[in-house]
Design a protein around this ligand. Structure first.
Ligand code: 0X9
Ligand code: ZN
Length: 516
């Protein structure tokens, strides 16, 4: 989808979602739009931890809480509240809410389980259900494994994930349709038979079952999982900010009430731990995580600009080919907005799977009549990718660690920051002075760490090891600096695309981290 028509889907999305507040758990939430002058403004909004519902050419739609208003105003954004324009849809969501466990043509959690079981019954030789773990509320998270390859054969493996975000019901339908196509087509359709004979496919239609149930029965607009956040009145962690690769700063929030709350640590959530365990065990060649909306095929990286992934050309080619089949717009994930802790950055960056996100449809929950068309088009794209995985795969990531040589200015910088951390820091003013004195050493250090040459962040791990080997006093003083330096480095990678404010924020944050 071209940027020039992006606003059209955003408006469509607003029309549907404005009907979804009948069961608002947070009834103060409202849909709004703000004008944006450039893409840097979108980056700033995302970096503020706001819930971005759609990105248009000159506007962004947001789900806001009244407490967000002064923050947005201070940042210079003019907020326009959007009116509820779809009473009939409101009635539809109200009806769905009342009829718990009935989401119309959309699958509920129980219906999804039943469908997976039916597929196994249809052909138990090629389809098996596996429990990959449990959700926060102790529901089983199920995967369907489909293959007719000989038991020990080394074949390409593809992972398909649905429903990270509770309100994105359509993201369950496409993985299910893919499973149906493979199981029902085996032995009847030559191309499908060949794929199932020579590949292994693992499909997890619902990564976040608690969220789906909450969205289908209580509050259709719910996005996160249902973690009780230690008894807080603000529930939920955004599963797509909780993966442990480049986690925690850009485009995600440390506030529990935010819709992009990243959780209390990387992989703090059962639903992301389940995917991590599965991926570590299976070593997938490629994967797709389905979301809605926007009609986009997104490839890494999500976490920062200006860090070209080592498999860029492979991703571009594959995404373009798939885009011919589903007619979506292929693009680098961060060009939508940068965010840390998403599925793809982990599965690609850490697990070397050719990992992409597909944003389905033009609304989170499209009209039921659209489900079939969306599934058909995207199953075609998935089949193409499955075929390609026989010949393409991610490069193994270069071993940066062995190339790292510490320079004196790096040690100087660390020693200087350690001093600032000491009792003589002198509050805010002292901190400012110390920061400017360290500027030169910092610039040299960042140049040396060179984000563009170290997309995997391996140098940071090496730096951490180095500090770990120092005498205990120095090590204790430096440890939080090194941890925070990773964030500083990533922000620096963003700095020529509007990340300057964040750079300062990250840096201050690093310096104020407790030494414990
Ligand atoms: O923000 C997300 O998690 C995804 N969009 S959604 O509307 N479904 O919530 C986008 C994931 C890709 N990551 C980035 N574009 N940074
Ligand atoms: Zn999503």
């Amino acid at each position: 989808m071209k940027q020039s028509i992006a606003w059209v889907w955003m408006v469509a999305l607003v029309v549907v979602l404005s009907g979804s507040f009948a069961h608002a758990e947070t009834p103060d939430d409202f849909l709004a739009s703000v004008a944006v002058k450039s893409h840097d403004d979108v980056v700033r909004l995302s970096d503020m931890g706001l819930d971005i519902a759609g990105v248009g050419k000159d506007k962004v739609s947001l789900v806001l809480h009244p407490r967000d208003l002064p923050v947005l105003e201070r940042a210079g954004f003019h907020v326009i509240r959007l009116k509820d324009g779809a009473a009939q849809l409101k009635a539809r969501f109200a009806a769905l809410g009342k009829a718990a466990a009935n989401a119309g043509a959309y699958h509920t959690y129980d219906e999804t389980t039943a469908d997976l079981q039916a597929l196994v019954a249809l052909n138990p030789k090629i389809a098996k259900i596996e429990k990959i773990g449990q959700s926060f509320e102790k529901r089983d998270v199920l995967a369907l494994r489909i293959t007719a390859a000989p038991a020990k054969a080394k074949v390409p493996k593809m992972l398909v994930l649905g429903l990270h975000h509770s309100r994105e019901w359509i993201s369950v339908e496409v993985p299910l349709a893919f499973a149906r196509t493979l199981v029902e087509g085996y032995g009847k359709d030559a191309a499908i038979t060949k794929l199932v004979d020579g590949r292994e496919i693992v499909i997890v239609p619902i990564v976040n079952p608690d969220g789906l149930i909450w969205s289908q029965t209580q509050y259709s607009y719910w996005r996160k999982n249902r973690n009780d956040n230690g008894g807080s009145s603000s529930k939920g962690v955004d599963p797509n900010r909780n993966y442990g690769y480049q986690w925690g700063l850009v485009g995600s929030s440390d506030s529990m009430s935010s819709d992009t709350y990243h959780g209390k640590g990387p992989f703090s959530e059962p639903c992301t731990q389940n995917v991590k365990r599965l991926a570590e065990r299976e070593k997938f060649t490629g994967d797709i995580s389905f979301h809605s909306s926007g009609e986009m095929i997104l490839y890494p990286w999500s976490y920062a600009y200006n860090v070209t992934n080592p498999d860029h050309d492979t991703f571009v080619k594959l995404a373009k080919e798939m885009a011919q089949l589903n007619k979506y717009n292929p693009q680098e994930s961060c060009s939508l907005y940068p965010s840390m802790g998403d599925t793809d950055d982990f599965l690609y960056g850490q697990m070397s799977s050719l990992s992409m996100t597909i944003e389905l449809a033009t609304q989170f929950i499209p009209a039921e009549s659209e489900i079939k068309g969306i599934c058909d088009a995207n199953v075609k794209a998935l089949l193409h990718m499955l075929g390609q995985l026989g010949t393409i795969h991610a490069k193994s990531h270069p071993d940066y660690a062995s190339n790292l040589r510490f320079r004196s200015h790096q040690v100087e910088y660390l020693a200087g920051v350690a001093k600032v951390l000491g009792p003589a820091a002198g509050g805010e003013a002292g901190l400012k002075g110390a920061l400017s004195a360290l500027d030169e050493a910092r610039a040299a250090l960042l140049a040396d760490l060179a984000p563009a040459r170290d997309a995997s962040g391996a140098k940071f791990r090496d730096l951490t090891d180095y500090v770990g080997g120092l005498d205990p006093d120095t090590r204790d003083a430096l440890r939080p600096v090194v941890e925070g330096l990773r964030a500083l480095y990533l922000q620096d990678a963003n700095s020529d695309r509007g990340g300057k404010t964040s750079l300062r924020r990250a840096e201050t944050l690093n310096l104020l981290l407790p030494t414990e």
